[in-house]
Design a protein around this ligand. Structure first.
Ligand SMILES: *Cc1c(COP(=O)(O)O)cnc(C)c1O
Length: 210
C-alpha cells in the first residue's frame, strides 16, 4: 500500500466530491496509514470483518460506512457501529433500521440503493417504487436520508456507465437529496462527470485485493 497512491487520487478529485476508502479485504494497518494522511471515511461490506478492525482502530478518528448487503438480523449491530449506511435496498429494511435506531438512540446517515441497470445480482429500490413510496419513507424517524447509492453492472462502456450515473443523479435531484454514492475504481471518472458526491474506492487506493 502506497500512501502516494492515495494522495495522487485525492489531488485529481474536485473538492466537493468525497472519497470513501473501501477497506474490505485490507488490514487495519493499511487503514491506519491512510488515516494518518487525512482520510477519515472508510467503507466496509462485511460486518464481522469490520467489527474486528473497528476494535483495533477505536482510538483513531474514523467514520465508518456500511456498504455491503444488509442482513436483517445484523441491523442492530450495523446501527450500533456505523455512522453511514449506503446499501439500504428495501423499504422493509429501512423501516427496521428506523425502529432500531430509535431504540438505540442513533440517527444514521442513509443512502438508498437504487437499481438502475438490469443486473440480477444487484438489489435495490426501483426508481418507480422509490417515488411511489417517498412520502412513507420520509416519515420514518431516527434516520437521515442524504442520498442514493448505485452500483453499475459490470462490463458497460464508459458512455453507458455515465448514463446510468446520470439517472441516479437526476433521481436524487428530483427527491431533493444531496448525495449520490456512485463510482468505484473502474468508473470513478464517469461518476464525477455525472455528479457523484461519494466515490467508493478500494483497489485504486489500496492496491489489488488478495
Ligand atoms: C468493494 C466495493 C467497492 C470498491 O471496489 P473497488 O473496485 O475496489 O474500488 C465499492 N462499492 C462496493 C459496494 C463494494 O462492495
Amino acid at each position: 500500500m502506497e500512501p502516494s497512491n492515495y494522495l495522487k487520487i485525492k489531488n485529481q478529485i474536485p473538492s466537493n466530491v468525497n472519497i470513501l476508502a473501501v477497506s474490505k479485504g485490507f488490514k487495519s494497518q493499511e487503514i491506519k496509514t491512510i488515516n494518518n494522511i487525512g482520510q477519515v471515511d472508510f467503507g466496509e461490506s462485511k460486518f464481522q470483518e469490520a467489527l474486528e478492525k473497528q476494535l483495533i482502530l477505536k482510538d483513531l478518528k474514523i467514520k465508518w460506512h456500511f456498504i455491503g448487503r444488509i442482513q436483517s438480523n445484523k441491523i442492530r449491530k450495523i446501527v450500533q457501529n456505523f455512522q453511514y449506511i449506503h446499501s439500504v435496498d428495501s423499504f422493509e429494511k429501512l423501516q427496521k433500521i428506523s425502529s432500531i435506531s430509535y431504540q438505540e438512540k442513533k440517527n444514521p446517515l442513509i443512502m438508498l440503493q437504487v437499481k438502475l441497470g438490469n443486473d440480477p445480482t444487484k438489489g435495490g429500490f426501483s426508481p418507480e417504487h422509490l417515488i411511489l413510496n417517498w412520502r412513507e419513507i420520509q416519515k420514518l424517524k431516527n434516520i437521515t436520508l442524504t442520498g442514493l447509492m448505485t452500483i453499475n453492472p459490470k462490463g458497460l462502456s464508459s458512455k453507458e456507465n455515465k448514463e446510468l450515473f446520470k439517472k441516479c443523479r437526476s433521481l436524487a435531484d428530483s427527491l431533493q437529496l444531496p448525495d449520490c454514492s456512485m463510482g468505484m475504481s473502474g468508473d470513478w471518472e464517469e461518476a464525477i462527470d455525472a455528479g457523484s458526491t461519494w466515490l467508493r474506492l478500494g483497489s485504486l487506493i489500496f492496491g489489488e485485493r488478495s
